[in-house]
Write a new protein. Structure first.
Length: 581
RNA sequence: GCUGGGUUCGUAUAACGGUUAGUACUCAAGAUUCUCAAUCUUGCAAUAGGAGUUCGAUUCUCCUACCCAGUACCA
């Protein structure tokens, strides 16, 4: 017991997608293993044939992979659950439904040693006892008192038991919980706990229904055979701990019994109850790491699909019920492995906070370089009809001024260099990669429709007049382009004076030949506006509307130095034409 | 109901008998600014209640309240 190698396991049940509470349990086990130089084992506990859900096992494996954690034991070379013993997977199979013979052997051992017995009570008989007790306001428990009034190998004559065992397979095996014994337990997180066995019942160890063990038996047997040293699991298992202690004792395995640590539950945001799989979209945030489509076609959101970085998800989740003991909050997987300790796991349930989750993602997004983000944004841009080209190629760069280099707004073609430049100026306003587009689509596409947002510069128009012909440049690439026109009071930025100001600003930009940096160009533009004694705010806001179609957003100098003066000029001309009377 | 666990700002948590009870998120105000963000500064806000033990309790003990879990031939 003294110098056993640390071995922990994550043992989910494939009854559906793994939810975030399960992921956190896996994470803590993984951190614990890494920190102690031990093994992290994956085992699938599918002893309930009724609740098996196809695809759940694959989902669990993929979710762990997405989080960046790889089991040391349990998976074969193809990344599937190992079914044959090998050097790497000496305890295979790791799927409990494949280990039936092992469990029945141990169950019978328990009967032989007098720690378990056969029970022949039918489901109907048990249900009758329950409703009977219920009518008296009590709860029926199959325990050290009632078992003597039931049909089992303790009460029936020996011949009758033998006959029943021979003629039918209609039996279960129950644990014979000793009477009036104090179970003294130690939990790594909660300390010393004592329970008297009189409050415990005779749990079923072997099920008649599907000829498989219950969780309790399979779990203890496997943890023993797989030489698990620490069991780190959710708090919902705490009430079963006395039973598990008694099972270890009955088997005579107390010397190598693992240490137990029961993690606090992950609660719903309102604190009412534990976060469950059904809460999904109801609460407005995912409860699953990855998107899940149930066999019946129901779709549940996932953090991955919602745009979370796995590092951010892992970091956020790790901090629900644990802290490193200092004031750090942003920790990589590696740092989490080093900082993790059960000493800093809290005892009370943690409510999930979606706001904080987003904050974590924002922090991780900021740590990424513009180049990396540009790569991640590419698919988003493509989905909005943008294309990519490497620079320099032909017209893309030849005709562009040096600021708008790499962008062909007419054909919606951009270089990686341009995207990186655009990403750099919107980075601070994004939480997710997709925000890099939604926060400023005008960096890729010209605004197309001012009027719909209340911009009325010219004389009032007859609402019955035929619609204006559609400008070819407004050709819809993506309808979501209406998103940037966010202000309802955009009109106030478009004043009649605009017709005089804009051409002059356009001319200023065309003549500008200073250093084309955000600060230099910005200063020059401001100087020009001030020199003409124009009101800075009004002019800038009008310019922003012209260039972006939005009432608020990026700084003018940032926009112009990114899209280039040529494109800016084109947008000014279009606005004057469209909005002119 | 019974059994077990839990309880520090709205949320996540720090303080493992001695602090003006700290930090982060959220929120508010101010600074900055061409707008909106970002950023910076400041602020709001907590030991569930009651008894003990102690020179001294967030911390230890007990009681009460509230919350959670379990109470299946589910895990």
């Amino acid at each position: 017991m003294a110098d056993r190698k640390t071995r922990v396991r994550f043992a989910p049940s494939p009854t559906g997608p793994l939810h975030m509470g399960g992921v956190r349990t896996a994470l803590y086990n993984y951190f614990y293993a890494r920190q102690h130089g031990g093994d992290f084992i994956l085992r699938i506990e599918d002893t309930d044939s009724n609740r098996f859900v196809p695809g759940a096992e694959e989902y669990i494996i993929e979710a762990l992979k997405w989080c960046g954690i790889c089991p040391d034991e349990g998976l074969d070379a193809n990344g599937k659950l190992a079914e044959e013993p090998s050097l790497r997977n000496p305890h295979a199979p790791y799927r409990q439904s494949l280990r039936g013979e092992t469990y029945i052997k141990y169950a019978k051992e328990l009967i032989a040693s007098g720690n378990a017995y056969y029970a022949f009570d039918t489901a109907e008989e048990l249900a009758a006892r329950r409703s009977e007790a219920e009518s008296e306001g009590k709860t029926f428990t199959y325990d050290h008192v009632t078992r003597m009034h039931m049909r089992n190998s303790l009460t029936l004559p020996q011949e009758e038991v033998s006959r029943l065992l021979e003629e039918t397979s209609d039996w279960t095996i129950r644990f014979k919980m000793p009477a009036d014994t104090l179970v003294e337990m130690d939990d790594l997180i909660r300390g010393h706990i004592e329970v008297n066995t009189d409050t415990l019942d005779d749990k079923v160890l072997w099920k008649r229904a599907d000829k498989l063990p219950t969780y309790h038996l399979a779990n203890i047997v496997d943890d023993h055979l797989m030489e698990i040293t620490e069991v780190i699991r959710g708090e919902e298992w705490l009430p079963s701990l006395p039973l598990h202690y008694m099972l270890y004792k009955a088997f005579g395995w107390t010397d190598t019994m693992p240490h137990f640590a029961h993690l606090p539950l992950l609660l719903k945001p309102d604190g009412k109850g534990k976060l469950s799989k059904r809460d999904g979209d109801k609460l407005g945030f995912p409860v699953f790491p990855l998107k899940w489509v149930s066999p019946t076609g129901e779709v549940s959101r996932g953090y991955r699909e919602d745009g979370y970085f796995p590092e951010a998800f892992v970091n956020m989740l790790s901090f629900l019920g644990w802290n490193p003991g200092d004031e750090r909050e942003i920790l990589s997987l590696k740092e989490l492995e080093e900082a993790f300790s059960l000493d800093h796991v809290s005892k009370s349930g943690a409510r999930f906070n979606a706001e904080k989750a987003r904050w974590f993602n924002r922090e991780y997004l900021r740590m990424k370089s513009a180049d990396e983000l540009a790569g991640l944004l590419a698919p988003v841009l493509e989905s909005h009809g943008m294309q990519f080209a490497s620079c320099p190629v032909g017209a893309l760069c030849a005709g562009a001024d040096f600021a708008g280099e790499g962008a062909d707004f007419e054909n919606h073609i951009f270089t990686a260099g341009y995207v990186a430049k655009a990403v750099a100026i919107v980075k601070d306003r994004a939480t997710f990669v997709s925000d890099l587009w939604t926060a400023a689509p005008y960096l890729y596409i010209a605004p197309k429709d001012f009027e719909a947002y209340g911009v009325k510069a010219g004389p009032p128009q007859d609402p019955k007049a035929p619609a204006r012909p559609v400008d070819p440049r407004t050709k819809v690439v993506d309808d979501s382009l209406t998103a940037p026109f966010i202000g309802k009071d955009v009109a106030k930025f478009w004043k009649p004076e605009a017709y005089e100001l804009l051409p002059q600003i356009d001319a200023f930009m065309k003549d500008y030949n200073g250093i084309f940096s955000v600060s230099k160009f910005g200063e020059a533009l401001e100087e020009f506006i001030k020199g003409n004694e124009w009101p800075m705010g009004k002019v800038m806001n009008c310019l922003r509307l012209t260039l972006t179609g939005a009432a608020s957003g990026l700084g003018i100098a940032e926009i112009v130095t990114t899209i280039g003066t040529k494109e800016a000029s084109r947008r000014i001309a279009w606005a004057l034409e469209r909005l002119g009377s």
